[in-house]
Ligand binder design. Structure first.
Ligand SMILES: [Fe+2]
Ligand SMILES: [Fe+2]
Length: 172
């Protein structure tokens, strides 16, 4: 585990209280083979799906902790919300990826962990309002918001990085 996008906190650091608390929330999930495999898929340009999932998990955790919501469930759902193991640009699906992948993520998440109702709701409805079903819990709304925030931050970071590379090659 490393840093979440835009954060200075190294999540692997054992002497950082916040990092330690976050790690406790997602304990057992990060070591799962399926979750580790997310590192082989890219999401939003060059961000790995694992990094994106850590980003969503960490910000969902922070927001829920601040508002005294169930931050553990939010962190776990954030980490598992995109647990699908296919490339959306290659895989042929019967449904749109937007509708299909939350269901696939929930199915895969249930194989590696026992989920509570909040976690199930947050994984299944993280594409809200683009998916069917209204979020049942405030933690679900936080995860959907964190997902969109992180996706935007990942896009912008990649655009800025590619702009810097182009500038460097022009001046070289
Ligand atoms: Fe997603
Ligand atoms: Fe996502």
């Amino acid at each position: 585990m490393t840093k979440a996008i835009g954060s200075k906190i190294i999540l692997d650091e054992s002497d950082n209280k916040l990092a330690e608390d976050f790690r406790k929330c997602v304990e057992g999930l990060l070591e799962s083979e399926n979750v580790r495999e997310l590192d082989n898929y890219s999401q939003h340009f060059n961000t790995s799906r694992l990094q994106h999932s850590i980003n969503v998990s960490y910000y969902s955790y922070l927001i829920c902790k601040y508002f005294k919501f169930d931050y553990k469930s939010a962190a776990r759902a954030g980490l598992l919300h995109d647990l699908y193991l296919y490339n959306r640009h290659i895989q042929k699906l019967d449904q749109s990826h937007t509708i299909y992948h939350p269901k696939e993520a929930l199915k895969n998440a249930k194989k590696i962990a026992e989920l509570n109702e909040i976690e199930e709701d947050a994984i299944l409805k993280h594409m809200w309002p683009l998916c069917r079903g209204i979020p049942k819990y405030k933690e679900t709304i936080v995860v959907t918001f964190a997902d969109k925030y992180c996706a935007t931050a990942e896009f912008i970071t990649q655009i800025l990085k590619s702009g810097q590379k182009k500038n460097k090659s022009r001046t070289a």
